[in-house]
Design a protein around this ligand. Sequence first.
Ligand code: SAM
Ligand code: SF4
Length: 307
Amino acid sequence: MTSKEIYYCEPVFRPPSEGNSLLIQLTEGCTFNCDFCMSNLRKKFIVRSIEEVKKDLDIGASKHYSSLVRKLFFLDGNAMVTPADRLIELTSYAMKIFPKLERIGVYAHAKDILKKSDKQLRALSDAGLKIAYVGFESGYDKLLKNVNKHATKVDFIDASKKLMKANITLSATFINGLGGGNNKEISKAHALESADLVNKICPDDDRIWYIAFLSLMTPPGTVMYEKKKRGEFKEMNSKEILLELKMFIESINFKNKEANCIFRSNHASNYLPIKGTLEKGKAKILETIDYGLDHKEFLRPEYYRAL
Ligand SMILES: C[S@@+](CC[C@H](N)C(=O)[O-])C[C@H]1O[C@@H](n2cnc3c(N)ncnc32)[C@H](O)[C@@H]1O
Ligand code: SF4
């Protein structure tokens, strides 16, 4: 008997903004192993076959809600690593069988983007892949190396420009507190280099792009958790986190004053939910951060923080 349910390899990883999207397992796990990340803890990396993924898409299309599907997300940690021809074929197929589908999204490591040609990225975009979620984590190369990110600030700049050229929306995430507590030098370099990275990728036009900050969590099983247990890593407190974020926002200075960079720091890992537009809404964001610094009672309690 063939299954009538879409296959998932739990736990799956998707951005919060894809919560209402149809999720389709294209890859399992991730080809990288960043020290803070859980994506690989219980999974061996694979790219599923075209036949298996099409079967899941067909199951999705046969469900009563299929005419309502407007967004689709190809799981898992870095589905952009999938060979371009396979990704284009599956993207086109999904766009064909879901009548109202507007966009398809993936997680992408910067290197997965850089390995694809401009022509392949344009073909992906034309087929329907319209958003890529890229983990920058920091613009500070020393810190990126420390956490085993396998990418540099220049990689992030080049990958962002390639995406924008192909008309694929960029949604990038940074990790507040990544360098640990009691270390003002690292925190300062993390904030300033990250802001410089964002300033450098700002496009000349008024397209929408996204920058989000999460706050570091140290889930069991990760390298970061083990380092913390051994006393080699100390987490930042909420005040240090907010001061680091404040320094980042203060250093945003776009040449294009009409830029539409949607800023979010409202993930469940954050102490203070913040939303705004950079750099137009900079003053308002800074006001919110100052309010959080003065009113500790408004911050999300430690036990409510989650990934
Ligand atoms: C599932 S990952 C996928 C990103 C993509 N693979 C990449 O590296 O470009 C999504 C993002 O969640 C964030 N993240 C993962 N683990 C985290 C942790 N322990 N604490 C805070 N943020 C975390 C990072 O910003 C990461 O890039
Ligand atoms: S952050 Fe991204 S690249 Fe790094 S292990 Fe997690 S999913 Fe993979």
